[in-house]
Design a protein around this ligand. Structure first.
Ligand code: ZN
Length: 453
């Protein structure tokens, strides 16, 4: 029997629809959501700042319990009507982003310039960090145990910092003649932080002057750098991009885009039948190790705390085994300039909604927890029923590279989990691009997952 066609379209074929098309008439809401998101990205550049921003917002909603893990990871819980033993719903995302961290002994003087040594964090392309304005965000614990917050370089009235690059005239042998990984060397990622000498000093005149300034402004001495978390990040605010303002350009969208979407969905959800946790973790970009990463037992601690509060007697392992989760993380979008790294039938496209990724990993799915067909079916049904723009996508061609998310660490508890987040262009760059409609679709998807009974 021939297939009935409408408008020449075959109803049996899977034809992805643009999010802009599916959400027609809701442009004002998409823009309003993006404005809030842009404000969040502009004010928050580190995991610590994200935790304090979100914790502060959460404190205004009496339905949300926020559990903080060392100021770098956060769990937001909303109680559902069903008992915990029946399983819970979790959206996990990460708050850390690739950056440069200061070393423990960062400050030195060379060629009468004061410099700060860095050690990069996560997957960066080193050359993207040269010759651009950078800001410093972090905390220093002083000798007496008190902590000082440092944020400098964001406000235009403040000074910023930069890493210099070699002029093209002299870059022939040192850079152009080499492979990229040899041309840009981690130990050359040194931040210029001063050049004015202390004319009365005998040696290290510039470094000495910087120490004086630091002591005057923050009350710190050089050894205080050994007990500090100081991150070097791109300076400046997040921006709308394009004549049509359809895109968001900013540092740190991987993965604050999913953190923001998950948090705002938990806030906005009408009701949550199952107790729902938004778990915002640290250290994803370096493998999820450490006591604030997804491999830590923080989630179990959150469950104990919740159960005590709700006066329910639970075994956390059983609750987690019966749970359902979304791992919210950014995906790489089909790149118009490098289509050859993608397989176009299975690459996420900008503007086509939240990207649901069945498996990640590399070299034959290695390192992926892969969602089962049944769970993909359940998720797909929710998204279709609620008419939320969604697509599937793999990170690049088979054997082209790859990457992982925190999904596999939560899957170890036995829960069902799948990756879902928006695609980005320039992922891991100092200025990543997202589509406003994909960011909004991600929020809608998380919210539908939380509200599903
Ligand atoms: Zn990520």
């Amino acid at each position: 029997m021939p297939t009935k066609r409408t408008n020449g379209k075959n109803p049996l074929a899977n034809k992805p629809r643009s999010g802009w098309d599916m959400l027609q008439g809701r442009e004002a809401r998409i823009d309003a959501y993006a404005r809030e998101y842009i404000r969040f990205l502009s004010e928050v550049k580190t995991e610590r700042e994200a935790v304090s921003f979100i914790r502060d917002r959460a404190s205004r909603d009496k339905n949300i319990l926020a559990i903080d893990n060392r100021g770098k990871a956060l769990a937001l819980c909303r109680t559902g009507s069903r008992p915990l033993e029946g399983g819970i719903r979790i959206v996990v995302a990460h708050l850390d982003s690739p950056r440069l961290d200061l070393k423990a002994n960062p400050l030195y003087e060379d060629t009468e310039l004061a410099m700060l040594k860095t050690h990069y964090y996560g997957g960066i392309k080193k050359y993207q960090w040269l010759a651009r304005p950078l800001a410093i965000h972090g905390v220093v614990v002083k000798g007496d145990g008190t902590m000082v917050d440092i944020v400098i370089g964001e406000d235009e009235a403040e000074p910023c910092f930069t890493i210099e690059d070699l002029l093209p005239h002299l870059a022939g042998k040192a850079q152009y003649g080499k492979k990229i990984e040899d041309a840009f060397v981690a130990e050359k990622l040194n931040l210029i932080c001063g050049s004015r000498p202390d004319l009365k000093a005998k040696d290290e005149k510039v470094k000495g002057q910087i120490l004086t300034l630091l002591n005057r402004k923050y009350g710190i001495v050089e050894q205080d750098f050994t007990s500090a978390d100081i991150e070097v990040v791109p300076a400046g605010r997040a921006r709308e991009v394009g004549f049509d303002r359809s895109l968001v350009g900013a540092y740190g969208q991987d993965d604050r885009v999913c953190s923001w979407a998950a948090f705002s969905a938990l806030f906005a959800a009408r009701k949550v039948p199952y107790t729902t946790i938004v778990l915002l973790v640290d250290k994803e970009e370096i493998g999820s190790d450490g006591n604030t990463g997804a491999k830590s037992i923080f989630l179990e601690e959150v469950l104990w705390t919740l159960a005590a509060r709700l006066k329910q007697d639970i075994r956390p392992a059983r609750v987690l085994y019966r749970s359902r989760a979304i791992s919210g993380d950014a995906n790489g979008a089909l790149d118009p300039d490098y289509p050859e790294v993608h397989e176009k039938n299975n690459a996420a496209r900008m503007g086509y909604g939240v990207c649901v990724t069945k498996f990640t990993g590399s070299r034959g799915k290695a390192g992926s927890s892969e969602a089962h067909a049944e769970y993909m079916g359940w998720i797909r049904n929710i998204l279709n029923r609620k008419e939320i723009p969604w697509q599937t996508g793999e990170l690049g061609k088979v054997d082209e590279g790859g990457g992982g998310t925190v999904a596999k660490f939560l899957a170890e508890y036995g829960m069902d989990i799948v990756d879902a987040g928006p695609p980005l262009l320039s992922m891991h760059a100092p200025f990543e691009l997202s589509s406003k409609v994909d960011v909004y679709a991600t929020y809608l998807a998380y919210r539908a997952f939380m509200e599903e009974s």
